[in-house]
Design a protein around this ligand. Structure first.
Ligand code: PMP
Length: 403
């Protein structure tokens, strides 16, 4: 008999997400020959720009194949420093910047370095689910604050105020928000900043991973730029994954007070030893090269967003508002809940709805249950137009078949 590993108590409450269960089932169905459309993933269908790939190739040929400095290569740290100045007018010293294996690692290093049992982290919902898992792995407790659709899925000042306790250590502010696509304006962030200024012990985890995926040229401000008095207790996090379609290259970064950055580097030195040398060379080219690709791709995504939102809003029981950023539609499926599938199965939750769409319509979507807000499903429009059209047809048929 295969022995079962004894898991650490730190794994309690850290489960495989409903979405990963659905994706596993989708793989099985695909292997069985079904034509599954993937709308649940965080991947963009765009390629990494050619000049970025060429830079990686050059770096490999130059034999840049050794470990880099744990905190990142000086070239990439300087490129990040310049990008933060260019995009946010934020001035950080090099000892205030660390390069990580994706922004995922930046967030985790910061939480692991600072959290103790009993500590709380405020996470607005809907959220990117790993914030919760990371807080729990660091031994602390996430405090989820729902952000309703009628407030544009944004955190209201009074709800933030009510969630703060003597144990609050961090608040996570993701802008624009995965999964709702909500975009906090400078005014929105100023309202949040006004409350945080009254609570000097709370730190800000500002996650701007989708900052360049906004529509009609709208900027995605970050808290440290909106309220300089918060900068000494803000960690500004971002990465290359979404902006430059570099998901698999695994490059992220964080900028903040040097004492925190030092602690994060210490963790990194004990865990990953830093990011890939080749990927770091590629990231320099992405950040320092022509930036036209950002606006060009945002314009393509905007067209797809509008088309997909129209298709979704034409489905009975579904509704969504086109988001201001990211490449996700957060779709209310309230009108499908309580109905029955043709095989008689009750659609009681958004997870049931997602399961129904997979089994009966060959569509993989992300259930809201896993994003902290129900009944919703998240649909990606980072797919070519013909795929979006076909997904729309399948959705419509599936919704019409519900009774
Ligand atoms: N933050 C948000 C809001 C995300 O959606 C993701 C990934 N989809 C990440 C952070 C982590 O991304 P990465 O590690 O690829 O930079």
């Amino acid at each position: 008999m295969t022995p079962t590993p004894i898991l650490s108590p730190r794994m309690d409450g850290i489960n495989a997400s409903p979405a990963s269960v659905l994706r596993r089932r989708a793989r099985e169905l695909r292997a069985a020959g079904r034509d599954i459309i993937e709308l649940s993933s965080g991947n963009l269908d765009f390629p990494t720009p050619d000049h970025v790939i060429a830079a990686a190739h050059d770096a490999a040929l130059r034999r840049e194949t050794r470990y880099t400095d744990v905190d990142g290569t000086p070239e990439l740290k300087r490129a990040v420093q310049a990008a933060l100045l260019r995009d946010h007018r934020l001035d950080y010293r090099l000892d205030e910047i660390v390069i990580t294996n994706g922004s995922t690692q930046a967030l985790f290093n910061a939480l692991l370095a600072t959290l103790a049992p009993e500590d709380e982290v405020i996470v607005p919902a809907p959220y990117w689910a790993p914030y919760l898992g990371q807080v729990r792995l660091a031994g602390a407790t996430p405090v989820v604050v729902p952000c309703a659709q009628n407030n544009g899925f944004k955190l209201r000042a009074e709800d933030l105020q009510a969630a703060i306790s003597a144990r609050t250590r961090w608040i996570v502010i993701n802008n624009p928000v995965n999964p709702s696509g909500a975009l906090y304006s400078s005014e929105d962030l100023s309202g949040i900043a006004a409350i945080l200024l009254q609570h000097p012990d709370i730190w800000v985890l500002a996650d701007g991973l989708y900052e360049h995926i906004t529509f009609d040229g709208a900027p995605a401000p970050t808290l440290a730029e909106i309220e300089p008095r918060l900068k000494p207790r803000t960690l500004t996090v971002s990465g290359l994954a979404k902006s430059y379609a570099m998901m698999g290259w695994r490059i992220g970064y964080a900028a903040g007070p040097s004492a925190l950055i030092r602690a994060m580097i210490t963790i990194q030195s004990q865990t990953t030893s830093g990011a890939s040398s080749i990927s770091q060379a590629a990231a320099v080219a992405a950040l320092e090269g022509a930036q036209d690709v950002l606006a060009e791709r945002a314009a393509i995504l905007r067209t797809r967003r509008d088309r997909f939102a129209d298709l979704v809003n034409g489905c009975s029981g579904l509704s969504c508002t086109p988001p201001e950023g990211t490449f996700y539609l957060l779709v209310s499926c309230a009108g499908a809940i309580g109905k029955r599938a043709p095989d008689g199965k009750l659609i009681a939750t958004d997870r049931d709805f997602a399961t129904y769409l997979l089994e009966q319509a060959d569509l993989v979507v992300f259930p809201g249950e896993d994003l902290g807000l129900s009944p919703y499903v998240r649909l990606s429009f980072a797919n070519p137009s013909p795929v979006i059209e076909e997904a729309g047809r399948r959705l419509k048929r599936a919704c019409e078949a519900l009774q």
